[in-house]
Design a protein around this ligand. Structure first.
Ligand code: PXL
Length: 279
């Protein structure tokens, strides 16, 4: 069985980060080790959340794993709570690297042109540096422009702009950049990707649902990471993860009185496994 490591916070309530990554990657038949970097009572879109920084626990945890000669087939990072945590992820990427280790960075920091509570421009630029240690990154448009120190274009962009943005993301030092939340026409929504080594640009779109939910980025990146580790080629993995995210949103809005803080990725897990060809 393949074993991966997911490094991000635990938001106890809120359906994001580890409470999303752990079930999704495990459902794909992949052993999922975790490194919780912070414990929050909820994610930061709630008011009055608690925040327990676990940074000081990370170095002894890494040391113990090294003593035990633990290895991973993939390492993925998501929301990180401080500059020091970014440094530690770089150290983990270096310490646990190997020929077939997939290092995946989801620079979860913002959406809709704004950074989440607690982050500033310098943090975003530092996150951009983490990307040079990754084999693949998957920012949304907001995260991409903040990492590159550019202005947020809103809906005002075309395919030429997206291709250029993807090339600049690879200029951060990663060979493969996936941009989420891309749309070139009213009824389609999806992702665009650029593989710098092959000079190959691809897109995958699904229908555009007229709603917006917290946590969809984490569902998408967990599914993409799992699909790649499970062996799907990039295009198939993008298709699996976009379709699964859309299905999770559909499940959510099918219940009247659904919550606002996350999507029902749980009831869409059988659909995810079908997309992966596991059932
Ligand atoms: O969904 C990304 C995410 C992860 N972790 C925490 C968050 C958010 C988004 O707001 O607040 C703590």
């Amino acid at each position: 069985m393949k074993r991966v490591l997911s490094i991000q916070d635990i938001s106890c309530v809120g359906k994001c980060s580890l409470t999303v990554a752990l079930p999704i990657i495990s459902a794909a038949g992949i052993e999922t080790s975790i490194l919780p970097t912070t414990v929050l009572s909820t994610h930061t879109a709630f008011k009055g959340f608690t925040f327990r920084d676990l940074t000081d626990d990370v170095p002894p945890i890494i040391e113990h794993w090294k003593q035990e000669k633990i290895t991973f087939d993939g390492i993925s990072s998501g929301y990180l709570g401080s500059l020091r945590q970014i440094e530690l992820v770089e150290q983990i990427f270096d310490d646990f690297n190997g020929e077939n280790v997939l290092r995946f960075v989801d620079p979860a920091m913002g959406d809709n042109g704004k950074l989440y509570v607690g982050f500033d421009k310098d943090f975003a630029l530092r996150m951009g540096k983490l990307c040079s240690h990754a084999d693949i990154i998957d920012p949304n448009l907001t995260e991409a422009v903040f990492m590159l120190g550019m202005d947020y274009p809103g809906d005002n962009y075309d395919e030429k702009y997206i291709k250029e943005l993807l090339k600049r993301l690879c200029g951060l030092g990663t060979p493969l950049a996936v941009l989420t939340g891309v749309s070139f026409s009213e009824n389609e929504y999806g992702v665009a990707a650029y593989d710098a080594e092959k000079d190959a640009y691809i897109t995958y779109f699904a229908e555009h649902l007229p709603v917006s939910f917290h946590g969809t980025g984490d569902v998408f990146s967990s599914a993409l990471f799992a699909a790649l580790i499970a062996g799907q080629p990039l295009y198939d993995a993008l298709k699996t993860s976009v379709n699964y995210t859309v299905e999770s949103i559909k499940q959510t809005i099918s219940y009247p009185g659904h919550n606002w803080y996350g999507v029902d990725f749980e009831t869409a897990i059988p659909y995810f496994l079908k997309q992966l060809g596991k059932i």
